[in-house]
Design a protein around this ligand. Structure first.
Ligand SMILES: [Fe+2]
Length: 145
């Protein structure tokens, strides 16, 4: 696969994750038993977003760091904030607090992946000395259609 094909797959994967998170957030809003739904939503966020963040931190971010060190520090800060908000989603005893945490995660994640698409993936996909297939290693197979 070319860098462009892999970059497109990464953007597509981000869009799917944002869409799923919106659907899960909507399920939280509509749920008659919010705790039951929260206990379905939270593991998805922990597993999918957590795994994605960890993979990025060991693959794409080290490459992008040489282009823009401060941006990567900000992106790592987003990862910590997403993790913190997810732990807050596990705690609330009220529906409103859980909905607030879920909505914050959804908004932050959408903004975060938009920054990744625009300011990380786009610049590195055109670098002649970067092979995204090699950079992503086994992760790129997860993105394959
Ligand atoms: Fe990320």
């Amino acid at each position: 696969m070319s860098n462009h094909d892999i970059a497109q797959a990464m953007r597509h994967h981000h869009a799917e994750m944002v869409d799923t998170l919106h659907q899960l957030t909507q399920q939280m809003v509509m749920a008659s038993n919010w705790k039951f739904t929260r206990d379905i939503v939270t593991p998805w966020i922990t597993t999918e977003i957590g795994r994605q963040a960890l993979a990025e931190e060991t693959t794409v971010y080290p490459v992008a760091r040489r282009i823009n060190y401060q941006l990567i520090e900000l992106m790592l800060y987003d990862h910590v904030a997403l993790h913190t908000l997810t732990t807050e989603l596990e705690r609330p005893d009220t529906r409103d607090a859980a909905l607030m945490a879920c909505a914050q995660i959804s908004h932050l994640f959408e903004s975060h992946v938009d920054k990744e698409n625009r300011f990380i993936i786009s610049p590195i996909e055109s670098l002649s000395d970067v092979n995204l297939e090699v950079v992503l290693g086994e992760m790129h197979q997860l993105l394959a259609p």
